[in-house]
Design a protein around this ligand. Structure first.
Ligand code: MN
Length: 399
């Protein structure tokens, strides 16, 4: 009996030892932090990494993007390698890290960006990540009405005093940088917002917070960006961002409240070549043009555009979180739910695809097809892309 009790006690001790080791292993704060500033060790491991990084209001990938953005923009190079590793582990691609640095060169200065490159290179070398290759993706088409309004503001308020700065703003910043496909518009907005908060530039924040939300960032995510940055840029910077966000949210509400003064403008997205883009090869097979893309103002979730498929062209397999409506404008097309029959559609036909149903749509093998597609976004996303539809499935119309 006594032996059993002793055995249990030893087992209990052993378990505690393992647990303690386990706890040490889970610590992010290096040992000297506990030696010098045990309180900081506690806040690092129990609050910052034990609580804040785990909050569901912002995905770990987003937290990594804004953390690296804060470090790059404030020139905290010593922390960049550790957070670059974390960012890669959280699903940020090497190309996205490079593009984040490029974006922040223009928003927080070349010296910060060049210093960041040196630190990131160390991590890429250690992980055997090769040199970046130029993206083949076509430039992103900016929403034409709001882009025209933005350019008009710059031409009115900047051009008379600093004409070259106005020209560079329109031609390089928005005509080139913001159109680069290497970072999704929402993520580009996210890192820009994070940098503005981190460097304490609330004057520029309303424009970029609105732009971020136009690009799909939710209010909960926007508020969480400020919360997270409290730890990486300090409480004063986070607190200064809050009243700015509050005003931005109120402004967006005022534009849509029933009975409120109608401040929104009717927007016409012209069917011009500038508003037409080639369907990306990861999402479409064959020749596909996407034109006249639009998105309604919050709280509307609606958005869409016209997609024109050459004969034989089609989407990849995909789903829509809140479903999709297709209106066939011209030609002959096929649409198929996985496991279902391949339906042929023609001009004037309307197709409803229910939420989460895996499907593809496109032209028939012998004729092109053009449809107008409308879908509501959930958390800023209206579609989840999957793999391309192989020829045998497309042609057979089988499962
Ligand atoms: Mn679809």
């Amino acid at each position: 009996m006594k032996n059993i009790a002793t055995g249990l006690a030893i087992a209990a001790l052993a378990a505690t030892g393992v647990e303690a080791q386990e706890n040490r292993r889970n610590r992010v704060a290096p040992a000297p932090v506990y030696d010098i500033a045990p309180g900081l060790g506690h806040f690092t491991d129990d609050v910052l990494f034990g609580e804040v990084w785990l909050r569901k209001e912002l995905a770990p990938r987003d937290r990594s993007l804004i953390t690296v953005a804060a470090l790059v923009s404030t020139g905290k190079t010593g922390q960049i390698p550790g957070h670059t590793r974390r960012a890669l582990d959280n699903g940020v691609t090497p190309a996205e890290i490079g593009e984040l640095i490029t974006q922040l060169a223009l928003y927080t200065g070349w010296p910060n960006a060049i210093s960041a490159v040196t630190e990131v290179k160390k991590v890429f070398d250690e992980r055997k990540i090769g040199p970046a290759t130029a993206s083949a993706a076509p430039p992103i088409t900016l929403e034409s009405a709001s882009e025209a309004a933005r350019a008009a503001t710059v031409n009115r308020s900047v051009a008379p005093t600093a004409p070259a700065l106005a020209d560079l703003t329109n031609r390089v910043l928005f005509g080139d940088l913001w159109r680069r496909a290497e970072l999704a518009p929402r993520d580009r907005s996210l890192v820009t917002m994070a940098a503005l908060i981190a460097i304490g530039q609330p004057e520029q924040l309303p424009f970029h917070a609105n732009r971020a939300m136009d690009n799909g960032l939710t209010r909960i995510e926007a508020a969480e960006v400020a919360t997270h940055l409290g730890f990486y840029a300090g409480w004063p910077r986070a607190m200064s961002a809050v009243p700015v966000l509050e005003k931005v949210f109120a402004g967006r509400d005022a534009a849509v409240k029933p009975g409120a003064a109608a401040t929104g403008e009717i927007r016409v997205v012209r069917a011009t070549p500038e508003n037409t883009a080639t369907g990306p090869a990861a999402q479409f097979t064959g020749q596909v043009q996407v034109s006249g893309r639009y998105r309604g103002d919050e709280p509307a979730r609606i958005g869409g555009g016209t997609v024109t498929f050459a004969a034989g062209a089609r989407t990849a397999w995909h789903t829509h979180p809140l479903g999709q409506t297709l209106y066939i404008i011209s030609g002959r097309g096929w649409v198929q739910k996985e496991g279902g029959p391949r339906e042929e559609v023609g001009p004037g036909d309307v197709v409803w695809i229910p939420p989460h149903v895996r499907h593809w749509h496109g032209a028939t093998a012998s004729e092109p097809m053009s449809h107008f597609a409308i879908a509501e976004a959930l958390n800023g996303s209206a579609v989840t892309w999957q793999e391309l539809v192989p020829n045998e499935i497309y042609k057979a119309g089988a499962k």
